[in-house]
Design a protein around this ligand. Structure first.
Ligand code: CA
Ligand code: CA
Ligand code: CU
Length: 352
C-alpha cells in the first residue's frame, strides 16, 4: 500500500550571482558526448548558496493524491531479480559494465516522460522557480536557436561548441527569450535540473527512479539487449526513438520526424508499456554517479552514497552513434544536480 505523504517542498531562495559553467576537458576520456555530459553549472561559493532550505509550498496548496490517481499513467514493475549493465560496454569509462544482477522491490514508474503540460500544472500550483530561471540561463543546442538569440551569445563551450549558454532559456522558453512552448505542451519538459525534477516528483508524492529501476524498466523484460525493443536500431526499418540522423552536429535530417523534442506519447512503447525511455530527452535518476560497479548481486542499489554528479540515462534527440552512442539501456552519463539543458528531462517513480 502506498502511503499518502505530505512533503514539505523546499527550494532555495538564495540569489546566487556567482557561478561558472565548468567544462571538464578530460583528454583520457572517450569521445565527448554530444548530449551535454560535459556541461555543468557549478557555483563558485557553495557555502553562500545553500540548496533546498525554504518551503515553497503552503500546506493548503498541497492536494493529497491518492493511489489510484498516483499510479495512473504509471506501470508497475514487479519486484524480483533482474540484470542491468553490460559485459560489452561501448563506453568503458562510463561504467556501463559489468552485467550484474539486482534484486528490486516492486515499484511504479511513469509511462511517459514528464511533459510541459505536466510541469506547468506543478508551476501553477507551487510557483516553483526552476534553477535555470534563478540562474538566468540554460544550455541550448545551437541548431535550435534563432539567429537573433545566437548572435547575442559570446561564450563558447570548448569541448562542445554546439552548446550555447542562452539567457532566459528555461522550461517555458526552451530556446530563449523569443521562444515558448504553446505548440508543444505534450512534449517532454526540458531545462529542469535534478533539484527541479525532485521537487516535481515530491509534489506528486513520488520520487525519481534509481538507476537500477530505470534500467530494468528500459529493458522491458528482454534479456541483455541494446535497446528497449531489442538489438536492431530500426526493426522493420521503423524508427522507435528520437535521436539524431545525419551528420552530427551539422546536419540533422530528422528522419525520425523530430529535430528537437517529441510528444511523450509518440513512438511505440516497450513491452512494459513505457514510452521514450531511450531517446527524446535524457532522464535524471536519484543515484549519485559512480563507475566502479561490483559484479556481486545488489539488493535495491541506490548508487554512490554521495558525490558531485547525478546519473542521467537514455540519451536524447541529439545522440548519434558517431558521437554519443548513449541511447542504449546500459549507457549512462552525468551532470551536477543544478545543471539544466535543452535535452534533459525526467520521469518519476514510486515504491509499490
Ligand atoms: Ca530526431
Ligand atoms: Ca527519454
Ligand atoms: Cu548523447
Amino acid at each position: 500500500m502506498i502511503e499518502v505523504l505530505t512533503f514539505p517542498l523546499k527550494i532555495s531562495e538564495c540569489i546566487c550571482l556567482l557561478y561558472v559553467f565548468v567544462i571538464f576537458a578530460n583528454a583520457s576520456e572517450e569521445k565527448d558526448c554530444g548530449c551535454g555530459k560535459n556541461l555543468n553549472r557549478q557555483r563558485l561559493e557553495e557555502s553562500s548558496c545553500p540548496v533546498d532550505n525554504e518551503d515553497i509550498l503552503d500546506d493548503e496548496l498541497f492536494k493529497p493524491i491518492y493511489k489510484t490517481d498516483l499510479t495512473a499513467k504509471m506501470v508497475e514493475i514487479k519486484g524480483g531479480s533482474y540484470f542491468i549493465g553490460t559485459n560489452a560496454p561501448f563506453f568503458v569509462a562510463d561504467g556501463e559494465g559489468p552485467r550484474r544482477e539486482v534484486e528490486l522491490n516492486s515499484f511504479y514508474i511513469d509511462k511517459y516522460e514528464v511533459s510541459n503540460a505536466d510541469f506547468s500544472k506543478f508551476v501553477k500550483a507551487t510557483e516553483h522557480k526552476t534553477e535555470a530561471e534563478k540562474f538566468g540561463d540554460s544550455f541550448v543546442f545551437e541548431g535550435l536557436l534563432s539567429d537573433t538569440v545566437k548572435n547575442e551569445i559570446k561564450e563558447v563551450v570548448a569541448q562542445a561548441p554546439w552548446w550555447l549558454p542562452v539567457k532566459q532559456a528555461a522550461w517555458n522558453r526552451p530556446e530563449g527569450s523569443d521562444s515558448n512552448i504553446s505548440d508543444r505542451m505534450d512534449h517532454a519538459v526540458v531545462h529542469v535540473s535534478w533539484n527541479d525534477a525532485m521537487a516535481y516528483c515530491k509534489w506528486l508524492g513520488k520520487r525519481l527512479p534509481t538507476e537500477a529501476e530505470w534500467e530494468v524498466t528500459c529493458r522491458g523484460g528482454l534479456n541483455d539487449r541494446l535497446f528497449p525493443w531489442g538489438n536492431k536500431l530500426l526493426p522493420n526499418n521503423e524508427h522507435r526513438t528520437n535521436i539524431w540522423q545525419g551528420e552530427f552536429p551539422v546536419n540533422n535530417t530528422a528522419e525520425d520526424g523530430f529535430i528537437g523534442t517529441n510528444p511523450v506519447t509518440h513512438f511505440p512503447p516497450n513491452d512494459y508499456g513505457v514510452y521514450n525511455i531511450v531517446g527524446n530527452v535524457w532522464e535524471w535518476t536519484s543515484d549519485w554517479w559512480m563507475t566502479d560497479h561490483t559484479s556481486e548481486k545488489q539488493i535495491n542499489p541506490t548508487g554512490a552514497p554521495s558525490g558531485s554528479d547525478k546519473v542521467k540515462k537514455g540519451g536524447s534527440y541529439l545522440c548519434h552513434k558517431s558521437y554519443c552512442y548513449r541511447y542504449r539501456c546500459a549507457a549512462r552519463s552525468q551532470n551536477t544536480p543544478d545543471t539544466s539543458a535543452g535535452n534533459l528531462g525526467f520521469r518519476c517513480a514510486v515504491s509499490a
